[in-house]
Write a protein that binds this ligand. Sequence first.
Ligand code: NAD
Ligand code: MG
Length: 389
Amino acid sequence: MEKKNIAILGSTGSIGTQALDVAREFYDKFEISVLTASNNADLLIKQALEFNPKIVVIINEALYSNVKEALAHTTIEVMSGVEALVDAVELEEIDVVLNAIVGSAGLRPTVRAITCGKDIALANKETLVVSGELIMNLVKEHNVKMLPVDSEHSAIFQCLVGEPSPIEKIYLTASGGPFRGWTKDQLQHVGKAQALKHPNWSMGAKITIDSASLMNKGLEVIEAKWLFDLEINQIDVIVHPQSIIHSIVQFEDGSMKAQMGLPDMKLPIQYALTYPERYKNTFKRFDFIDYTNFSFEKPDLTTFRNLQLAYDALAEGGNRCCVLNAANEVAVAAFLEDKVSFLGMSSILEETLCHIKNTNNLSLDDYIAYDSESRIVAQDLINKIKHKN
Ligand code: NAD
Ligand code: MG
């Protein structure tokens, strides 16, 4: 069997490194063609020496010469900058582009990969949050596969295999994060150290904060809408603190299918890369005796306003989800620098949405322009808070 050629965008991150763990498990099945990183040159060089890709891209141009020098004795082509990242996905031999970049920076490489006819394994949910309709139209037009990596969406995707019947609704499960059950009062003074402690998953900083604020679940509601072509009232969120049921599909006869497994992203990454097949691996198996109790709760949308904001943005359409996402990226970065409080993040999102007028029928360039504008507005709002203090 010919090996599958994979480009891993964001190979030094949490998803990227776990994708390389999967590649190590199946060295005879996958060939790594492209590796890219933003700033972690040392890890990128190490990965390149191990996997010998055709191309590596280091986004930060100041680090180009480090990477170039370290790989000078190899045949690996070293490139730098955002345009190089977008161009790298065009490489002829690539079958699947695994987009494990964080944030809306993942949008343009996804679009380029789709238009070049590459299948997409999508971890970068922000791509679909910003411009899901446009992306899914491109997927249809270019007849490529959009394979979800996000565990909830992989679960839904797996439940739908072999099902020609329509979906009645889906339940996206949420762990509830480190502040599940907390009141607004208790959340007033939480800092990044507490927010970065996720009970079940070890992930990059941005998604970990998003999980604590339930923004992540909001982004996932939007992601699910576009991936599975659903109406908003067909998408429910249910808190399941054990994170073993990864999500549930309910069909029109009332039957429900759930996908379960240990909380380990290697599983959905592997499935996206091997679909429709399942390969035998050596990863740890679930044991019922370790989990004698599964529980479920309603999410608290009053305390964790971001989830409600995401539902509202999706209902309003136009540029709302794009603006929400960009403002959130800026707010999370500011929270990680102690420049905005945990609850203050939601206010930044609301105010940014108020400042920018909604418009419809947007092109890719329009979305990119709204993304930039929203970042400026959100940053301005944050600078003003700093001033007040
Ligand atoms: P991370 O911060 O650990 O890694 C991000 C990667 O993207 C790094 O390799 C970094 O170099 C690169 N990167 C960062 N900014 C970039 C930019 N502006 N341009 C190009 N590359 C850039 O993030 P992560 O936790 O691996 O998450 C990646 C994506 O996967 C996110 O969209 C996240 O929501 C999604 N996701 C992650 C998990 C998880 O368990 N980590 C689970 C589900 C979905
Ligand atoms: Mg998820």
